[in-house]
Every structure is written in structure tokens, then in C-alpha cells.
Design a protein around this ligand. Structure first.
Ligand code: SAH
Ligand code: SF4
Length: 394
């Protein structure tokens, strides 16, 4: 059903119910919580499976748990995901959800089906402080971090809606390439990673979960030590002056430090390469000189890597243009001739503005939320902070 829309009224996602949202607890945390109810810790494993593997939405349906425990859960816990504002389906099967993060903020989750996998692109923050000029999220400023429950809720929701029978987990890979900088919301993201990797949770292997970062060096190091998964680094430039312009965080963590952190990451990461993302911006970073400079940068750094060249997704007011396909091809060829692996990312879900990290539809979507709330007579809404604030620089 192309461009199907599902509209739901926003329902105050940020309201605190006083109940513990079980979606946000790792298995260890759930064990402690279950013991606090006077139950044996193995009950936590059963409960964890119900929540994440079976996607249960109701405690009473958890039939392997004693009735007394189910009754306790009813009074103390909840399974709360962010409410869905819109649900779009592209002609190519890509599906995008717009979720209500409260107070006029929305985030996006995108599902991209391929022959051998189903990749879910999740958001980690509403907005972003890094303020990259070519990124629509960066233009909107920062609203708030998402919690572990709100990140995991995106995966749970996608599995349930993509296969309501619950027999098959549609999501086989998760990439943190939606809105936000995951490593600037480290604790919540680490919790979500642990639940994704847990055999009683989503059971994904470390190679099938990718954190994409603009280069928050201290947290690349922490991730390596605490929860190494596949790493993608948004490089976008072969030298510091240009990268300072495109990714302002580079002023804090310049290329030499970033590449050293990548080298260290490879020692514990599940893959033997780092993926470098490189958004192709016409006349800015797409010349043959840039390609050659890139080759010498990673060669001198002795870093095994793969390049993912991303066609820029334009949005109003960005001030950038997409490099022509021929220029992208030549750029890739120069990298390949030097022995590098370089691929060009396919654009998917173009008809619904759904490609990962390309949240161009979002500004429009946010305006829409505001209007709908005003329609519904919500008070004190005015503009969400993101709409008036200028982007923050990290
Ligand atoms: N903050 C993280 C992850 C989210 S962005 C990061 O920057 O890596 C995911 C990817 O989408 C990044 O590589 C980002 O540079 C890219 N991206 C952002 N805006 C884009 C646009 N308009 N067109 C193409 N790619 C974009
Ligand atoms: Fe933030 Fe990533 Fe967008 Fe940069 S590209 S503004 S780090 S979400």
C-alpha cells in the first residue's frame, strides 16, 4: 500500500506515569527489579523474553508467569513505546514512522527491507547538538535525549507492526543512523545495545548492530571497552579545515585523534574495518583532489576501512547540492584504484523522504504536529524549543 498513512492523536509521550517502563531495563536491571518484588531472578528472564522476543503488549497475556506476578506487574510496570503520529510506506517497501517525543518534538524510525536482511534505522535523540550544516536534524537544534526505553521501543514497534503474527523478527540489523548523535547520549544507547545483543532480548550479533558517529572520541573509546558493535564514522572530509566546516565537532576532536580512536576501536570491535560515511556535496568535498587526499589520510593512519559514499539528500535552506552521479562514480573509482573498498549508498524510500540520516521531511512533519496539536486545542504548545533555538555547537 504505497504512501499509506496512519494518523494517531499525540498523547503526551513525556508524561511520567510513576510506573517502571520495562522496555528500558537491561536483563541485569530487570533481575534486580524482579527480586525487589520478592520474586526469583529467573522470572526476569521469562519476562524479558515476553517483552522483547514475543513483543507482548499486555501483562495478562504472559501466560508462563504466575497470576500473582502478573497482577503485581499491572500495578507497577508498563510497556510504553512512543506514540505513532504517522506511518508511511514507500513503493519500494521502505517504511517510515514518525513518533511523538512529546512537547512538539517528533523522531523518525525507518525500516529498509532487502533480500537477505531487514535493517531498522533508529533515532537516539530528538534533534542534535552537533549541527552539521548538510543535515536536516542538525538544522533543527536539540530538544532532548531519548531514553533506553524510547530507543528499544522503536525496534519492538517495528517487529510487531511488520509481522503482527510475531513468528518472525523482521528486524535483523539495527543502525543508529536516524536522528541524533548516539555517542552524545551514551548511557541510554549502551543500555539499548545490551538489550539488542542479549540472547533473551533481540539476540542480534555485534556485527549486525551499527553505531554511526560524527566522532565523539572519548565515547568511541568507551564503546570499545564496554559494548563493541560495528562502528560507522561520518568522515565527510579529508582534512581538518574542511571537516571543521562540515562537522563542527571536528574542532573539538580533530582527524588525528579521531583516526587514532578508530584504530583502537578495531582491536575490540566485531569487524576488522571501520566504515567511513562520506556525504557527497557538489563542489565542496567531491573533487579528485579530495579523493586522493582521503586515500593518503587513511593510508598514513594505517587504518583498514570501507567507504560508503552517500548521495546528499537536499532540503530547503541547506545551501548544499547533491554531487552529480558521474562525479560520485569518479570519486569512488579513485578510491578503488588505490585499493580501497568504496560503495555508493542506494537511495531508498525517496517518495517518502525516508533514507537513513536524511530526515528532510522532518521540518514539515514537525510543523504538522504543531498544527495538529493546535487543532486539538493543546495549550502552551507554541513552538517546540527546536523551532526557535539556533543549533547548538558541541
Ligand atoms: N549523528 C550520527 C548518526 C546520525 S546521521 C552521525 O552523524 O553519524 C547518519 C548519517 O546520515 C551520517 O553519516 C550523516 O552524515 C548522514 N546525513 C545527514 N544528513 C544527510 C543528508 N542530508 N544527506 C545525506 N546524508 C546525510
Ligand atoms: Fe547530528 Fe549526525 Fe546530523 Fe551531524 S549528521 S547534525 S551529528 S545527526
Amino acid at each position: 500500500m504505497p504512501n499509506a498513512q496512519h494518523n494517531a492523536a499525540p498523547s503526551g509521550a513525556a508524561k511520567d506515569s510513576g510506573l517502571t517502563n520495562l522496555l528500558g531495563l537491561t536483563r541485569d536491571e530487570l533481575e534486580v527489579w524482579v527480586e525487589g518484588l520478592g520474586e526469583k531472578s529467573f522470572r526476569a528472564r521469562q519476562l524479558f523474553k515476553w517483552v522483547h522476543q514475543l513483543g507482548a503488549t499486555d501483562f495478562q497475556a504472559m501466560t508462563s508467569l504466575a497470576k500473582s506476578l502478573r497482577d503485581q506487574l499491572n500495578g507497577r510496570a508498563e510497556l510504553r513505546e512512543l506514540p505513532i503520529l504517522r506511518d508511511h510506506q514507500s513503493v519500494d517497501g521502505t517504511r517510515k514512522w514518525l513518533l511523538d517525543a512529546g512537547q512538539g518534538n517528533a523522531i523518525e524510525t525507518v525500516y529498509i527491507p532487502e533480500d537477505d536482511r531487514g535493517t531498522l534505522c533508529v533515532s537516539s535523540q530528538a534533534g542534535c547538538t552537533v549541527a552539521c550544516g548538510f543535515c536536516s536534524t542538525g538544522h533543527q537544534g536539540f530538544a532532548r535525549n531519548l531514553s533506553t526505553a524510547e530507543i528499544i521501543g522503536q525496534v519492538r514497534m517495528a517487529n510487531r507492526l511488520l509481522d503482527p503474527s510475531g513468528r518472525r523478527a523482521a528486524v535483523s540489523n539495527v543502525v543508529f543512523m536516524g536522528m541524533g548523535e548516539p555517542l552524545l547520549n551514551y548511557e541510554a544507547v549502551r543500555g539499548a545495545l545490551q538489550i539488542l545483543l542479549d540472547d533473551n532480548g533481540y539476540g542480534l550479533s555485534r556485527r549486525k548492530v551499527t553505531v554511526s558517529t560524527s566522532g565523539v572520541v572519548p565515547f568511541i573509546e568507551r564503546l570499545a571497552a564496554e559494548c563493541p558493535v560495528a562502528l560507522a564514522v561520518s568522515l565527510h572530509a579529508p582534512n581538518d579545515p574542511l571537516r571543521d566546516r562540515l562537522v563542527p565537532l571536528n574542532k573539538k576532536y580533530p582527524l588525528a585523534e579521531l583516526l587514532a580512536a578508530c584504530r583502537l576501536y578495531l582491536r575490540s570491535g566485531p569487524r576488522d574495518f571501520i566504515t567511513f560515511e562520506y556525504v557527497m556535496l557538489e563542489g565542496i568535498n567531491d573533487s579528485q583532489d579530495h579523493a586522493r587526499e582521503l586515500v593518503s589520510l587513511v593510508t598514513q593512519a594505517k587504518l583498514y576501512c570501507k567507504f560508503n559514499l552517500i548521495p546528499f539528500n537536499p532540503f530547503p535552506g541547506s545551501g548544499f547540492r547533491r554531487s552529480p552521479a558521474e562525479r560520485v562514480r569518479q570519486f569512488a573509482q579513485t578510491l578503488q584504484a588505490a585499493g580501497m573498498v568504496a560503495t555508493v549508498r542506494k537511495t531508498r524510500g525517496d517518495d517518502i523522504d525516508a533514507a537513513c540520516g536524511q530526515l528532510a521531511g522532518d521540518i514539515q512533519d514537525r510543523t504538522l504536529i504543531r498544527l495538529r496539536r493546535l487543532d486539538a486545542g493543546a495549550e502552551g504548545l507554541a513552538l517546540g524549543s527546536h523551532e526557535t533555538s539556533s543549533p547548538h555547537h558541541a
